[in-house]
Design a protein around this ligand. Structure first.
Ligand code: FES
Length: 170
């Protein structure tokens, strides 16, 4: 089970005006009696707004904001791996190693990243630029192997392409 972490540096949480507008649109997708179903997209928005991860303080803010019990928010956040429960680097690099990607040499993709960044999977670089993680299927099997960096998918990868992609990141 994934653990929720407190953030000793957590300040006061507040959604931006843009996020509040987005939340209104999210709520509009659901019948009034089913507003709790909006929790997942709101958590995603909170992660984006609050530094790329969800601390206990951020989750508690979402619970209060949505009127959903804290335990329900914790249950969702700890179940789905797209919610980051610890800080991530500027570039969150997720490499799929599920069956299609594995058959198409996701091992080579990982080795290329290891060599290029001099960094192991499951770690964040000391300069805070890269977090490398191995993940299950990201739904792009037809173009395996693939990786996701922040919101972008990179498909039909080779070790050489991976190296070029890293070089082109600002
Ligand atoms: S197996 Fe890698 S995207 Fe589906």
């Amino acid at each position: 089970m994934r653990q929720i972490q407190k953030d000793p540096n957590a300040g006061t949480f507040q959604f931006s005006e843009t996020a509040l507008g987005e939340i209104e649109k999210i709520y509009a997708r659901y019948p009034a009696a089913q507003r709790r179903s909006a929790l997942m997209p709101i958590l995603h928005l909170a992660q984006r707004e609050f530094g790329g991860w969800l601390s206990q303080e951020a989750l508690d803010f979402v619970a209060e904001f949505t009127g959903i019990a804290q335990i329900r928010v914790y249950e969702v956040a700890t179940f789905y791996t797209m919610y980051n429960l610890e800080p991530v680097g500027k570039y969150h690099v997720q490499v799929c190693t599920n069956i299609s990607c594995w058959l198409c040499d996701s091992d080579g993709v990982m080795a290329s990243l290891n060599g290029k960044l001099k960094q192991e999977f499951g770690t964040t670089s000391d300069d805070g630029r890269f977090t490398l993680v191995e993940v299950e299927c990201l739904g792009a099997c037809v173009n395996a192997p693939m990786m996701q960096i922040n919101d972008d998918y990179y498909e039909n990868l080779t070790p050489e392409k991976v190296s070029d992609i890293i070089d082109r990141l600002p």
